[in-house]
Ligand binder design. Sequence first.
Ligand code: ZN
Ligand code: ZN
Ligand code: ZN
Length: 240
Amino acid sequence: MSFTNLDIPFPLFDADEQDASEYVGVRRCTICNAHHHCFDLGIGAAVMVNCPSCQTENGLDADDREDAPCRKCQDVVPFPDYPADDEIVACYDCLRAGKAAITSDTELGMISWEQAYEGLTHGIPGLSRSDFELVDGDDGWVRARLPRETMFELLRTPNYSSIQGERWQFCCRAPMVFIGQWSRERFTEESEDGNGRALFNEIVQGVVPGLWEDQLHDITGVYVFRCSQCGRRTAQWDIA
Ligand SMILES: [Zn+2]
Ligand SMILES: [Zn+2]
Ligand SMILES: [Zn+2]
């Protein structure tokens, strides 16, 4: 079932809930205690907490569960007093309200809450593109400047399950919408003339022989995106 059908829509994730890495079903939210559709906050996720001294919002690592210095005044921001044994989950409302942040890996580099406040991705070595302002980072890494709202939207969106890690795609100067991990049957359904293979060759990046036949390995994944501005579709793939 899709998130839209579950009544918990995500502007950038228009796919089956099983395609989302962090979705754990209806649980009690660690942050607000409500019973609601929840998302697991594991490695790379943060709980957003205001500094008790200066009220500046800070992200605290949901996996480490440790206090951290405030990014503005350096005073200690204590990690909330959650039950120690339970995994930390955030409900849809808390995630969408920005009380939690899920790190996103993109073709412009990784984005976690630190990068969102900076307005720059973590970067990619040798990144080269013309649609975003690029800023040189350390050791040949190149960072992309993105609107903060764009970056926070990605942090409020679950990751898609993949074999080798996600790589969120961009088009028309904005993140594309993830529309699912597609099977050959799905490509055939989505093609206008029943030629799934032609559609596959058209939208999947870096197609290699045997990929359509799924002969590369026991497991490959093909992850499809749609641009909400121009409608273009693209897909990347990986292999176990
Ligand atoms: Zn909640
Ligand atoms: Zn502070
Ligand atoms: Zn586009």
